[in-house]
Design a binder for this molecule. Structure first.
Ligand code: ADP
Ligand code: MG
Ligand code: MG
Length: 894
């Protein structure tokens, strides 16, 4: 290679497992398998960097790429002793996409490249198998036409179907060589009709065209949707693998298949499974065109190849220390490995495989926790499952049974297209996407649907693999399913679009109407083991956000070690209290307000007692009233309309007039930046007094009742200035001390602290820490105030555009904006520690349940994260993983 020119191409023998970023997952692993001495057809990989350079350069090959492609092709030709496009004995290659993160079926692959009108005759001649040669050519014309030239594959498929009908055969394998020869002519005519030119005959031209098309497939819609769903960055690009073809379509001793080393639905080990087809090529198995045969049958058909495959799969599992999903082809009895990757699996299978692999001695506990466990999939363990007993008792019989492709039960209205699923799903409808088979183009609909049902395809079909990856229940290959027009028939039952059905992806059964479902066991024994590893590893404490005793109990069951945020505003909304609250707000007399607050106090004492009882012995952070007061009053518009109506009818209502006047007085242009948080408390100090007193009274009550008090943390929201906090704190402490002075018994520990949710507070944390025994980062508001985004407006509006256009990699309200908001958090923590070395630091925004954000909290040395009760297990695991990746606080000074 010339000096100074980037290396864009690597032979398989030059690559390895740790070059995934550059070679993509497929390329890196194919290289790896080559090194392991496994039977892999030779080839080379064009890097992801070349893809990015191509796309950024206005879809032009970067300098040097063409020359390197030529050189590596020449080497491949020399090794094979055949030339691409040669009329006598052609070399054929596949051109395969493959990004760093596996995106099954989302981008494009072309097989049998190098065939043209001359070389197909040569291939027929040297193999003595014209049927095989023309079968390969018709496949190539279709794939090349579709992927590279945009001639929709359905045109070709329709022609194939027509030919089969004409010949009265069910399957493409029953077509003769002459049939297929004729079909290639038909396909070429279809190509010409749509493109206005003949099918490209030059092998080089074909190769360059295919490489370009694969590069460009990085940007197609389904690939984009898939990346959004799985949080894969959009700027990585795909590699392109050019590989010598081996043929599963040469006859009855050839075939192709896909296999998993373990059951990816249940996780059970020792049960490799998969699908294969004899006399078939690549896409046939996954595309659900013919119904494939279960892997176990391969043992009878080709015992030698089967045994070698089993050995190879075992070796790959031991090498990658993870369940593998492999693709293989058998040519005339000889096995070739075409791909291996870590297999997609459901949440249940994931925890089971992790535990089993530890027990099998394949990986250590730490390794399993780090690599085999995915905290984000844990909530799927809580997906509803079909209630078998309830189904029996209701006398419900399944209408049909298909392949149990992705576990979990789902009920919804039938929709037949991905677009309809997306439309209705986004409108809040529960829908089941019902299809003959799903293709990667259906991804957006699969995302929006509650569940997926298909007529064709097995556990390795695209529908199944994608559904498992996103935790969507799916039943595939329902033979009894027929779709005609807007009518769906399942066995003897007929449905219209919009009718309700239930699918059970755990058993594969399909039911009419809504079948009963149950919540699964959140204490799955495998999950419990994983949580033990995580708890042993983690440094971060996990608390929950809980406003009610029920939430608190649930949080504790899930392993929360305290409450990090108890909001008090909901307590003011309970129906019997609203009149008191409203009267309190409407009165402009301090004494009257104090009297009404005194009436509210017993309610608050009750609220806190219930929560403290559940959390005794643990810290509970209670946030004083935060929202603006007008939220508790009827709306301005509503009152104005009533008043206008009264006036028309000559009715007088002085009470309403007074309400309206007060609402007008409290009305704010910008309530988010108005009288709320500590500002509200300082406007109405009697509210702080009432709440602080009630909190302490409740703590005393629980101590007296149970002998154990909670560790009370009283939190002042939305502080910007040290002086605000000092004032509020004085009011709190005076009230609390008064309550304590009146009670006897063991002392009750309490702390007063603040939320850090304004940039000014973060910037002046050294001052604020003088008044705060703890900081809790309220990252929802801190994100809003740092970015100047109102969350609701952003999510309803421009944020979608930002994400689509890749201006932002993720929603900053879901995953912490580490560079901006995170920088403020880090500064605030660092500013506070010298002033108050024992300050407690935590986070209570929604980010507290997001694995990536939890990693950040660990890195900057926070003491705890607080999240919704249902995410406590997620947080425990994410905190454990973070601890294995780096020291607590290691990122603090960065
Ligand atoms: P995907 O990422 O969609 O799985 P692949 O690039 O893996 O796409 O190709 C799909 C299938 O095409 C493979 O599983 C394999 O069966 C077939 N295939 C790809 N390359 C070759 C090859 N060189 N020889 C034979 N079959 C191939
Ligand atoms: Mg593949
Ligand atoms: Mg807030």
């Amino acid at each position: 290679m010339a000096e100074g020119v980037t290396k864009w191409v690597y032979a398989f023998s030059e690559g390895s497992r740790d070059m995934r970023d550059l070679l993509g997952g497929k390329g890196a692993n194919v290289a790896d398998m080559t090194r392991l001495g496994l039977p892999v057809p030779q080839g080379f990989t064009v890097t992801t960097a070349a893809c990015i350079a191509y796309l950024q350069g206005g879809n032009a090959f970067p300098e040097g790429l063409e020359a390197q492609l030529d050189a590596y092709l020449a080497a491949l030709e020399a090794d094979a002793g055949k030339r691409l496009g040669d009329a006598a004995d052609p070399l054929l290659v596949s051109v395969r996409s493959g990004a760093r993160d596996s995106m099954p079926g989302m981008m494009d692959t072309i097989l049998n490249l190098g065939l043209n009108d001359a070389s197909v005759e040569g291939l027929a001649e040297v193999t003595g198998n014209p049927r095989f040669a023309f079968d390969s050519y018709r496949r190539f014309i279709q794939m090349y036409g579709d992927v590279v030239c945009g001639v929709d594959k359905h045109h070709f498929e329709a022609a194939l179907s027509a030919l089969k009908d004409q010949r009265e055969v069910a399957s493409d394998v029953d077509l003769t060589g002459d049939d297929l020869r004729g079909l290639t002519d038909t396909f070429k005519a279809i190509f010409q009709e749509h493109r206005g030119e003949t099918f490209p005959q030059g092998a080089r031209e074909q190769l360059y065209g295919a490489v370009r098309a694969v590069f460009e497939s990085w940007e197609n819609r389904r690939a984009y949707d898939y990346r959004r769903l799985h949080g894969i960055p959009h700027d990585l690009g795909t590699a392109v693998n050019v590989q010598r073809m081996v043929f599963g379509n040469t006859g009855e001793r050839s075939g192709t298949g896909v296999a998993f080393t373990r059951d990816n639905a249940t996780g059970e080990s020792g049960k490799p499974f998969g699908d294969f087809l004899m006399n078939a090529q690549g896409e046939d198995v996954v595309a659900g065109i013919r119904t494939p045969r279960p892997l176990a049958e391969l043992a009878d058909v080709l015992p030698g190849a089967f045994a070698e495959l089993m050995d190879t799969m075992g070796l790959l599992e031991r090498t990658y220390r993870d369940m593998q999903d492999v693709e293989f082809t058998i040519e005339d009895g000889r096995l070739y490995m075409l791909q291996t990757r870590n297999g997609k699996r459901g949440a249940l299978a994931r925890v089971r495989i992790a535990v089993d692999m530890v027990d099998e001695g394949l990986v250590t506990e730490d390794e399993a926790l780090r690599n085999l466990v995915d905290p984000a999939s844990v909530p799927q363990l809580l997906l509803p499952q079909l209630d078998r007993v309830g189904v029996k008792m209701a006398g419900l019989d399944p209408l049909a049974t298909g392949v149990n492709a992705s576990p979990g039960a789902a009920t919804g209205r039938i929709v037949l297209t991905a677009d309809a699923a997306e439309r209705e799903g986004q409108a809040g409808e529960d829908v089941i996407l019902v299809r003959e088979e799903t293709t990667p183009d259906d991804l957006h609909g699969m995302i929006a649907a509650r569940g997926i049902m298909t007529a064709r395809g097995g556990k390795t079909s695209h529908a199944a693999v994608v559904a498992v990856g996103m935790g969507r229940p799916a039943v595939c290959g329902v033979d009894a399913l027929q779709i005609s027009g807007d009518t769906v028939t399942v066995g003897n039952a007929t449905f219209a679009v919009g009718d309700v059905i239930t699918i059970d992806g755990t058993s594969g059964n399909v039911y009419a109407g809504a079948a009963p479902v149950t919540q699964p066991d959140p204490f799955n024994p495998y999950l419990v083991r994983v949580l033990e590893w995580a708890d042993r590893a983690r440094v971060l404490r996990i608390r929950a956000n809980a406003d009610t005793p029920e939430d608190a109990r649930r949080a504790r069951e899930f392993g929360a070690e305290g409450i990090g945020l108890c909001r008090t505003e909901h307590m003011f909304f309970a129906s019997e209290r609203v009149p008191l609250v409203q009267a309190m707000i409407l009165s402009d007399d301090d004494d009257e307000r104090a009297r009404l607050l005194a009436l509210l106090r017993p309610f608050q004492v009750d609220d806190f007692t219930g929560i403290f009882r559940e959390m005794r012995g643990l810290p509970v952070t209670i946030r004083l009233l935060d929202p603006p007061l007008h939220e508790f009053l009827p709306g301005l518009l509503e009152l104005s309309l009533t008043k206008a109506e009264n006036e028309r009818n000559g009715v007088r209502n002085p009470e309403l007039d007074a309400q309206l006047a007060r609402v007008l007085a409290l009305h704010e242009e910008n309530p988010m930046l108005g009288t709320r948080g500590v500002r509200l408390g300082l406007e109405f100090p009697e509210i702080i007094r009432m709440q602080a007193g009630a909190i302490m009274e409740a703590a005393v009550a629980v101590r007296d009742e149970t002998g154990e008090a909670p560790l009370v943390e009283i939190m002042i929201p939305l502080v910007a200035f040290e002086q605000e906090l000092r004032r509020a704190r004085q009011i709190v402490v005076a009230e609390v001390e008064q309550v304590l002075a009146m009670s006897e018994g063991a002392p009750i520990e309490y702390r007063v602290g603040t939320m850090i949710e304004l940039p000014r507070a973060a910037l002046t944390s050294a001052q604020i820490a003088r008044e705060a025994e703890f900081f809790s980062f309220g990252t929802n508001d801190l994100t809003q105030t740092t970015l100047g985004f109102s969350r609701d407006d952003a999510e309803k509006g421009f944020l979608g555009t930002y994400l689509r256009q890749n201006l932002l990699a993720s929603n900053p309200f879901e995953t912490l904006d580490v560079d901006g908001v995170g920088c403020l958090i880090r500064m605030a923590a660092e500013g506070a520690r010298p002033v108050r070395p024992d300050i407690k630091l935590g986070i209570c925004g929604e980010h507290g349940g997001d694995p990536a954000s939890i990693g950040f909290c660990h890195d900057v040395g926070l003491h705890y994260v607080s999240c919704s009760p249902f995410r406590v297990q997620v947080a425990r695991i994410a905190a454990g993983q973070a601890a294995l990746r780096g020291a607590h606080g290691a990122g603090a000074a960065a």
